[in-house]
Structure formats: structure tokens, C-alpha cells
Design a protein around this ligand. Structure first.
Ligand code: FAD
Length: 371
């Protein structure tokens, strides 16, 4: 397994050490933990970040590199589930987060837009309903009737992005360390009560299963698998594409390789796991579809698996963990953590510092899963 993104040269991360107790200990140095660390450190708080691996080596260095606005469900479903005001506020909030990512990411983010494709007539009806709901609520989107051979319509989200996620998150870590955050890589936390901190933030998304028993029922670890081809000699796809309800997603990278992920539905129950390994069934499906996408036998240079967290209502959990004094969480992006993780890192940091004005905090409150 060799995640393509993690081959990027790692920047020097300034070494900070805080003596003794800190204001906030963060478990997890992915996009969530690094975004929260930056916000807290810039706000003058003493922060220490722990990761059992290196920075960005969890899902933040193993994903598809799609930087999409919105939540993990389609907009029309979001609107039906929690109302127009909350849904449109969530969509606009993620658009602003993408703009902020652009300010921080440098060449780790491009914004070519994205295409949400329909793979059959039925899906066409579904995405058409989403498109209409977006337009009714004044959210930009373009309808494309005839996007690609074999597809039945598409929504173009013109301001979406493609991110080199590991490069972005390592850059966030450099900034956070520059603002005073201490990073302890390759240090596993087995019991959050042993951390010398006034408050602890769990930022482990799909990886920290079991660390906080109160969250075990709310956050389900789920595996995703990816393949990357050798560079092609031509450009076939100029932006991220996703179809079949997001089960298939692919994009062509600046070096003309195709990254393709998904096909989780081929063996969906097997993929409800935090075992980070590829499987022959899903890899074979990915290879077959990659061949269709490029019109020739694919040559694969990279393949890997990663773990993300699903939640029952496809919304993240951000806020205090019910019944656990001083313990906070930001996780559960249901496969959409590149933008949501960044935004939720900032959101939870602001809430820890006393700013609870964001409407997202009510929508994402972990207490909604209390039994
Ligand atoms: C295959 C795949 C494809 C995806 N594609 C996309 C995509 O295209 N677009 C998108 O928006 N999202 C995508 N996602 C989801 C996205 O990658 C995640 O939601 C996001 O990276 C979560 O970031 P995070 O910082 O919360 O968690 P992570 O990046 O997973 O970081 C959590 C960290 O916690 C550490 N940790 C866990 N337990 C402990 C412990 N006990 N002690 C110390 N450290 C611990 C882990 O080592 C890990 O580094 C994908 C995910 C996968 C797996």
C-alpha cells in the first residue's frame, strides 16, 4: 500500500515543547486536529497534538482529494431533513471554508469545479431534484444534459476543488507549530484521562474507535479504497467526477495520472471496518472501471485503503462529549472531511474558546446521539 499523496516531500515542522499542563490536548493530527490546533494556538492557547502516526498519515493522506462544498448528503435531502435555513447555511458555510482553504493551501488546492454525474435515468431524476433545490435556494450550480458518454446528466459545482490533502495538512501543521502548537508524532494515546491538559479534543475521525466508549455507537469506522494509474499521455478529465451516489469517484491529477476510488457497495458490509487493508474484490472492481474510463488496460502505480467515519444522519459530531467533563469531539464527516474537517476544526476551536454563535454547532451537537 502506497498512498500517492504521502510521497510528497514533507516540510520541516517547527519543534515546540510546552512544559507541563496545556490548555488543550488534541488526539489526531489530520485535517481536523491541525485546523483546530492552528485556530487555538493563534488564539493564544497552549496546545499539544498527539498522533500515533505522522501528521496527515490517517485519512487526511489517503483520500480521493476531492474538496467539495456541502454536506455528505445531497442538498435536497439535507433540506428535507433539517430545513431550508439550516441546509443553506451549512452549504454557504462550507463554501466559505473552501475559500479559506484556498488562502492557506498554496499549490495544494486547485479549483476546477466538480461534476456530480448520473449513472442511469433514475439517478438523473435524483440529481435533477438536487439541482432544482439548489437553484430554488439561490445556491450556484449548473445543469449539464450530456456530460460524458455513458452518463445521463450532471450537476457542475463550479467552485469545488481538487486538493493534495497531505500537502495541505502538513502546511496547516507548519502554521500551527509556528503559532506555538506542540506536535507529538508517533505517540499513541490509550487513555485520554492520562493527558496533562485542561481539555481534550478527539479528532480521530474513523481511526479512534474504542478510545471514547461514549462515541462508539455514534461513529462507525468505514473503509475506502483507491487506485492510481501511471501517468497517461493525454488529459481525459479536467476536474473531479463522482457518480452512483458518490460510490465511484475519479479525477486526473496534474501529472496526468487517474486517481479512482470507491466501489464500496460491491461488498458494503465488509467495508464497515477499521482494518486498513485493500481487498481483491474491490481492487478488481476499481481496475475494471479504470480500464473503462481510460479505454485501455490500466497500469496501476499506487493502491491503498483508508478509514473514515460514517454517522447515522451523515452529519459530523462537533462539541462536548455528553457526560465527559472537558472532553470534546470533532469527527464523523461521512467521507467528506477535506472541507468539513477543516471547517469543523475551526468550529470546535472557537466553541472551546467560548464562541458558540455558529448555527452549525446545534446541527452537529454530539448529544443528539445520547441514548
Ligand atoms: C479512501 C478515502 C477516500 C476519501 N475521499 C475523500 C474525498 O475525496 N473528499 C473528502 O472530502 N473526504 C474524503 N475522505 C474522507 C476524509 O479523508 C476524512 O474525513 C478526513 O481526512 C478526516 O480527517 P481527520 O483529521 O478528522 O481524521 P484523520 O485524517 O483520519 O486523522 C485521524 C488521526 O488520528 C490518529 N489517531 C487515531 N487514534 C489515535 C490514538 N489513540 N492516539 C493517537 N493518534 C490516534 C490517526 O493516526 C490519524 O492520523 C476519504 C476517506 C477515505 C478513507
Amino acid at each position: 500500500m502506497n498512498p500517492y499523496w504521502l510521497e510528497d516531500e514533507r516540510p520541516e515542522i517547527p519543534q515546540r515543547t510546552h512544559a507541563g499542563r496545556v490548555d488543550v490536548a488534541i488526539v489526531g493530527a489530520g485535517v481536523t486536529g491541525c485546523s483546530a490546533a492552528l485556530r487555538l494556538a493563534e488564539g493564544g492557547m497552549r496546545v499539544r497534538v498527539y498522533d500515533q502516526r505522522g501528521i496527515a498519515e490517517g485519512a487526511s493522506g489517503r483520500n480521493g482529494g476531492f474538496a467539495l462544498r456541502g454536506g455528505a448528503t445531497s442538498y435536497d435531502v439535507a433540506r428535507d431533513s433539517y430545513g431550508r435555513e439550516q441546509a443553506s447555511s451549512l452549504w454557504h458555510w462550507t463554501e466559505r471554508a473552501l475559500d479559506r482553504i484556498e488562502e492557506l493551501a498554496g499549490d495544494a488546492l486547485r479549483r476546477p469545479g466538480s461534476l456530480r454525474l448520473a449513472a442511469d435515468e433514475e439517478e438523473r431524476e435524483q440529481i435533477r431534484a438536487e439541482y432544482e433545490a439548489l437553484r430554488e435556494d439561490g445556491i450556484d450550480a449548473t445543469w449539464i444534459d450530456d456530460p460524458l458518454d455513458g452518463f445521463y446528466g450532471a450537476i457542475s459545482h463550479d467552485r469545488d476543488g481538487s486538493i493534495q490533502p497531505a500537502r495541505f495538512v502538513r502546511r496547516l501543521a507548519v502554521r500551527a507549530a509556528g503559532a506555538g502548537a506542540e506536535f507529538r508524532e508517533h505517540e499513541r494515546v490509550d487513555d485520554v484521562r492520562t493527558l496533562d491538559a485542561d481539555r481534550v479534543l478527539i479528532a480521530t475521525d474513523g481511526y479512534g474507535h474504542g478510545l471514547v466508549p461514549e462515541l462508539a455507537e455514534a461513529i462507525w469506522p468505514t473503509r475506502g479504497q483507491v487506485v492510481v494509474s501511471e501517468p497517461l499521455d493525454r488529459v481525459l478529465y479536467d476536474k473531479p467526477h463522482y457518480a452512483r451516489h458518490g460510490f465511484d469517484y475519479w479525477q486526473q491529477l496534474p501529472d496526468r495520472r487517474i486517481l479512482l476510488g470507491g466501489f464500496r457497495d460491491v461488498s458494503i458490509l465488509d467495508e464497515l471496518t477499521d482494518v486498513e487493508e485493500t481487498t481483491p474484490t474491490i481492487q478488481a472492481s476499481l481496475e475494471r472501471f479504470l480500464g473503462e474510463l481510460i479505454g485501455e488496460e490500466p497500469k496501476i502505480s499506487h493502491r491503498w485503503a483508508g478509514i473514515f467515519a460514517l454517522t447515522q444522519d451523515m452529519l459530523p459530531l462537533v462539541g462536548p462529549v455528553p457526560g465527559r467533563d472537558g472532553l470534546w469531539v470533532a469527527a464523523g464527516y461521512s467521507g467528506h472531511g477535506n472541507v468539513l474537517g477543516f471547517a469543523c476544526g475551526e468550529l470546535v476551536a472557537d466553541a472551546m474558546r467560548g464562541d458558540t454563535s455558529s448555527p452549525q454547532l446545534e446541527l452537529f451537537a454530539p448529544k443528539r446521539f445520547q441514548g
